[in-house]
Design a protein around this ligand. Structure first.
Ligand code: TXE
Length: 480
């Protein structure tokens, strides 16, 4: 049975208590590896290593930090296929998706911040003939990065790259459900010559590892992506300790289709924004609002395409819908499909588990599901499901659909389909969202601010926003 290890002070080690957690392959339901069942003791060991490493890493020339990160990026690229297969086995996503999205983006994250830091400047302000001010931007120290299971290496590197580039040292905790590529990443860091203690990866459960990271007095900032509930717990602990906090949480994103849209593009992209990664992306458009005049036409075209999505072994090239990440999560998503029916929803396609013959017969598979006939304010339309489930609702006017769209406690992203640019800009301004896509979805420019409002999070990642988060500012004022 393959064992993976913590990466502490440059060494691959088991948990101090010698305990292990079973790690399952979602496509087969079988245990396939063991991960350290770490706890606060391991976090403390990681902190000691990170604190020591900070003394040199924080003053290392930026170009040298950048060069090491670029070496890591090129090693990711050279191991792309292995990493994609590992990601697919660990998460259940189609290997083609991991190859097209997850792994290339992990390398891009490293390259983007390794080069961005070379251009990250600060500012000065001249106060007439009285004084000159300049702003110092300094790395914070030891920071905590906690990431989820849906886009494991993609979101893991999205956090640690800016932290490292800015001169911090990091204690990172990947999800215990998808730890594999973070472990492979630690082997890459060793190969790239990342100095000991600069990055430390501690595997294990949230309450036993994530919570000690959040509670640790020496860890000055926490960057978290995951569920809103967990975000609340983290905020409760970190706030009275006055830690810097970046929270990227859940979403219940509206996908708004006006009758003056580019119809064919709206349909085909909506299939992607509904079911990519089995609907396990916080940016998926899980509530589809269609203007009345084209509701029936959209519904029939959309459902036709959804029925054609191949559900199967994530290893197969033609698979579009892979396995759900865990048995628990599959049951959680299925419970929402049952709830939708209790709330009066009509299932237009999907709704059930799918048994895949052969090696995947005991895997966690759900059919992509489309539901209509639910009120906008029922639980199914208000709560994050985070699986291959979308609802369809019709609307008459802009005001009506805005009220529906903004009615949830979330505000992460929204998609708007219309060829009328004035209307598009009006909608973008009125929507409660951190990100609005017009006539597209998941088009990502890494320089842009990334994050949500309301219960979708606090703060922004991406571009210089990420460097602003991972540095502290001192304004120095010198009188003439
Ligand atoms: O998130 P969790 P999970 C949503 C989605 C999903 C829900 C739960 O609704 O169903 O979150 O998913 C660690 N202190 N999103 O289980 O539990 C945990 O070990 C510190 C949206 O992934 O929040 C893992 O490493 N850390 C999201 C990480 O937090 C704790 C993407 C996320 O786990 C902790 C994924 C604690 N008390 C899920 N408890 C998005 N916005 O992209 C757990 N953790």
């Amino acid at each position: 049975m393959k064992k993976i290890f913590n990466y502490i002070d440059g060494k691959l080690v088991s948990a101090k208590n010698g305990d292990w957690i079973d790690n399952f392959e979602p496509a087969t339901g079988e245990k396939y590896s063991l991960i350290p069942d770490s706890n606060a003791e391991d976090v403390e060991a990681a902190f000691i290593a990170a604190e020591k490493a900070f003394k040199s890493w924080s003053v290392r020339p930026v170009q040298e930090r950048s060069d090491i990160m670029l070496k890591i990026a090129s090693l990711i690229e050279s191991k792309q296929q292995d990493l994609a297969e590992a990601e697919s086995i660990d998460n259940g996503k189609p290997v083609d998706l991991a190859n097209a999205v997850d792994i290339p983006r992990a390398s891009s994250n490293m390259k983007f911040f390794a080069t961005g830091i070379l251009h990250y400047a600060s500012e000065s302000h001249q106060l007439n003939e009285v004084a000159i001010n300049y702003t110092l931007r300094k790395p914070i120290g030891v920071v905590g990065c906690i990431s989820p299971w849906n886009l494991p290496l993609y979101l893991f590197t999205w956090k640690i790259a800016p932290a490292l580039a800015a001169g911090n040292t990091v204690i990172a905790k990947p999800s215990e459900i998808t730890p594999m590529t973070a472990f492979l990443f630690s082997e890459i860091c060793i190969e790239a010559g990342l100095p000991n203690g600069v990055l430390n990866i501690v595997h294990g459960y949230g309450p036993k590892v994530g919570a000690p990271i959040t509670e640790h007095k020496g860890i000055k900032a926490i960057s978290f992506t995951g569920g809103t509930k967990t975000g609340e717990q983290i905020a409760k602990v970190a706030a009275p300790m006055f830690k810097k906090l970046s929270l990227e949480l859940g979403g219940k994103n509206p996908n708004i289709i006006f009758d003056d849209c580019n119809f064919n593009k709206a349909v085909s992209v909506s299939v992607l924004s509904s079911f990519a990664n089995q609907g396990q992306i916080c940016l998926c458009g899980s509530r589809i609002f269609i203007q009345e005049k084209i509701y029936e036409k959209f519904k029939s075209e959309f459902v036709k395409k959804v029925k054609k999505l191949t559900i199967g072994d994530p290893k197969n090239k033609e698979t579009k819908i892979g396995a759900i990440v865990s048995k628990d999560h599959m049951e959680k998503v299925k419970s929402y499909i049952d709830l939708a029916q209790q709330e009066g929803g009509i299932i237009l396609t999907g709704g059930g588990n799918r048994t895949i013959e052969g090696r995947c017969k005991d895997g966690y598979f759900l059919e992509p599901t489309v539901i209509e006939g639910l009120p906008y304010d029922c639980r199914t339309n208000q709560e994050e499901i985070f699986g291959p489930v979308v609802t369809l609702n019709s609307f008459k006017t802009e005001e009506e659909v805005l009220m529906y769209a903004n009615s949830t406690k979330y505000g992460l992203s929204s998609t708007v389909w219309t060829e009328n640019i004035t209307k598009a800009n009006r909608m973008a301004k009125a929507l409660d969202a951190g990100i609005v896509w017009i006539n597209c979805w998941l088009v990502r420019d890494l320089r842009t601010p990334f994050g949500g409002v309301k219960h979708s999070g606090v703060g922004r990642e991406g571009g210089f926003n990420a460097f602003n988060f991972f540095t502290e500012q001192t304004n120095v004022c010198i009188s003439y």
